[in-house]
Design a protein around this ligand. Structure first.
Ligand code: PMT
Length: 404
């Protein structure tokens, strides 16, 4: 739980997207964060402080002076938090921040803050395109703040263009990165995820029950910890994780080609994909018609991606996954050796709460010499964190080859 017990200061300025900040506050609180909200005067024209107070269980700060204000809040709030998120950040707020102005509680807090700041602009698309606004956003970025680009779409004013507040999911992930250790910064990590589809004819294929959830969680968490992540995904309905470059493939042979094209430029490969071991020997050009009571399909073995890579391996840390229904550890150890892996993550896939298509997984991580760690049932993101801890320990210092 990346936000558990983290203190987040949410600054809300006056734009129509202020109503979306309520959902952001709710999601942070449900993720375990302690959220303190600061609203500008114009933000209160769109949403009442009471909305945020109910959602966060905390009094909302709105003013430096007068009833309800606390002395020195303008310094303390930005320093007590683990991170600050400004959503929505209006053109006016960007301008004041870029110029170093502090004429209300929020801008004064920002001047005194010494914690990471995530800026989520939202405004009319012409305003966002205005050179002054662009310059202000670039200045904030140059000073080390993280500024998200507004999303494109239809805006509240009816115009269409870049100006929408990024999706709550995107904001949460960008914020998660700001409060996570950056131990994988400078690393290039290749992740595979999902099933493969092996075509029988134009409308039918052989596949398996993988949803992609475990692989996508690895990609998301690796990126959160600072890595540059490339995700090769079999067919999956999951959205590309924020900040991750994704290539969609269908068959095992397409996945092999995609992995081969990237392998030499990566420092770690995590093969969470459930790659089909066979494909129909010939894929019919036309839909196979219903015919005899029994129909035989001939299958040909697919290449084993990990085995193909073994002789090409130089400095990379290579991690396989083993989906097993019995003799979990023994079967996983055999795969670790046969496929020349550094680590294997064994998961039982005949349980309802672990393995395929669920949000949780129970895994054992096995290294070359010894059983490393048996984990309890965890969320797939938590499993990803634990696997990446082991990968991180095996990686050589940035810029050096792997030591023997
Ligand atoms: O996607 P989810 O719904 O979240 O489910 C996650 C998962 C159960 C699919 C995942 O945790 C997992 O176990 N992935 C590996 C599944 C698998 O194919 O296991 P395997 O034991 O058949 O293969 C062992 C390893 O060899 C795997 O890393 C696999 O990617 C790789 N392999 C397999 C076949 C092949 N032709 N080439 C390969 O490289």
């Amino acid at each position: 739980m990346v936000f558990a017990d983290r203190r987040i200061l949410l600054g809300v300025s006056g734009g129509i997207a202020a109503y979306k900040a309520a959902e952001l506050a709710r999601r942070l609180v449900s993720g375990g964060a302690k959220v303190k909200v600061v609203m500008t005067r114009s933000a209160q024209e769109f949403v009442t402080p009471l909305t945020f107070q109910v959602l966060t269980g905390e009094k909302v700060a709105t003013t430096m002076f007068g009833p309800g204000s606390e002395p020195l809040e303008h310094v303390a709030l930005g320093q007590e938090a683990d991170a600050i998120v400004l959503a929505p950040a209006t053109a006016n707020l960007l301008g004041k921040m870029a110029s170093g102005l502090g004429d209300d509680l929020l801008t004064t807090i920002l001047l005194a803050a010494n914690k990471p700041i995530l800026v989520c602009p939202a405004m009319n698309c012409e305003m966002w395109a205005n050179p002054a606004v662009q310059e202000n956003a670039a200045r904030l970025q140059d000073r080390g703040l993280t500024v998200l680009t507004p999303e494109a779409g239809e805006l509240a004013c009816g115009a269409v263009g870049y100006g929408r507040l990024p999706e709550v999911e995107t904001i949460l992930e960008a914020l998660a990165r700001l409060i996570s250790p950056q131990d994988l910064a400078g690393r290039r990590i290749l992740v595979t995820a999902g099933p493969t589809h092996e075509d029988l004819d134009p409308v039918r294929f052989l596949t398996n029950r993988s949803s992609g959830k475990q692989g996508y969680a690895l990609a998301k968490v690796a990126r959160r910890r600072g890595a540059q992540v490339y995700l090769i995904s079999g067919p999956s309905n999951l959205p590309a994780p924020y900040g991750v470059e994704r290539l969609m493939v269908r068959s095992a042979r397409e996945m092999l080609d995609a992995v081969l094209a990237r392998f030499s430029q990566t420092e770690a490969l995590l093969m969470a994909a459930a790659v089909g071991d066979y494909h129909p020997t010939c894929c019919d050009e036309h839909k196979i018609k219903r015919g005899p009571v029994e129909l035989t399909a001939h299958l040909t073995q697919n290449p084993d991606i990990l085995r193909t890579l073994a002789p090409l391996k130089k400095k990379q840390v290579v991690v396989g996954f083993a989906a097993e229904t019995r003799d979990l550890e023994a079967a996983a150890r055999k795969k670790l050796q046969d496929k020349g892996l550094d680590l294997i993550v064994a998961n039982e896939v005949n349980r309802v709460d672990s393995g395929f298509a669920v949000d949780t997984n129970e895994v054992t991580i096995i290294g070359k010499k010894k059983l490393l760690v048996h984990l309890p049932l965890l969320s797939k993101e938590e499993v990803a964190d634990k696997v990446l801890d082991q990968v991180s320990a095996l990686l050589p210092p940035v810029g050096k080859g792997k030591s023997a």
